[in-house]
Design a binder for this molecule. Structure first.
Ligand SMILES: N[C@@H](CCC(=O)N[C@@H](CS)C(=O)NCC(=O)O)C(=O)O
Length: 205
């Protein structure tokens, strides 16, 4: 399969999942796709939303959305989610959808404020930043430790491992959501993810 991505962006979340389960893939760097140009044209041809990650399966089918990719991979491989039918699995589903339905949109709108509120861009950034912090404080209360769901890492930890470098950034996570931050750093240290962490510039410390 082919993964369209940008180092350090949401594609890194899917790269971490793929590395956890050992699925091989070709990586296509579309850095700069959020501006008009060749990279944008390339991505727009397969994903009308022009977002990464965008995965193209071996038969040409396009699969987008980190949560859809996580669930598809979890169906194919053990180790990305608790066993289906358990309370742990329901909690996993809740948090997975919660992240993409609540946290991710704060970036969709806050990263491109002029697109959505050209005359109130600063207000939109401030509001989405504040809301995101509120969301992360709630997520902190859900962390079991050492990983998000407990003793075993899951796809949720792949989100955390990448997202601690995004706003509100590492120092904020360290101070305000220490359990989430610790889980993310633990995931980064997973030897299966070493290549992905290096390629995406995600520090292991
Ligand atoms: N709901 C999507 C969100 C993907 C997303 O927003 N990706 C960001 C990069 S981290 C992006 O491509 N942003 C560009 C844009 O929204 O124009 C998912 O979970 O995969």
């Amino acid at each position: 399969m082919k993964l369209y991505g940008v180092p350090g962006w949401g594609s890194a979340i899917v790269e971490a999942m793929l590395a956890m389960v050992g699925e091989p893939y070709d990586y296509i760097d579309v850095d700069g796709f959020d501006r008009p140009g060749a990279a944008q044209d390339r991505l727009a041809a397969i994903n009308p939303l022009q977002q990464v990650p965008t995965l193209v399966l071996d038969d040409g089918e396009v699969l987008t959305e980190t949560a859809a990719i996580a669930l598809w991979l979890a169906d194919r491989h053990a180790g990305l989610a608790p066993a289906s039918g358990t309370a742990g699995h329901r909690h996993f589903l809740r948090l997975l959808i919660w992240i993409v339905a609540n946290v991710y949109p704060t970036f969709t709108y806050g990263d491109y404020p002029a697109r959505w509120a050209p005359s109130a861009a600063d207000e939109l950034v401030a509001a989405t930043n504040a809301y995101r912090e509120r969301l992360y404080r709630w997520l902190e209360a859900q962390v079991v430790g050492p990983y998000l769901l407990g003793e075993q890492p899951s796809a949720l930890d792949c989100y955390a491992a990448v997202m601690i470098d995004w706003r509100p950034r590492r120092a904020w996570f360290a101070e305000n959501t220490p359990r989430l931050f610790a889980a993310a750093r633990l995931m980064r240290r997973d030897s299966r993810l070493a290549t992905v962490m290096a390629r995406n510039g995600l520090a292991i410390d």
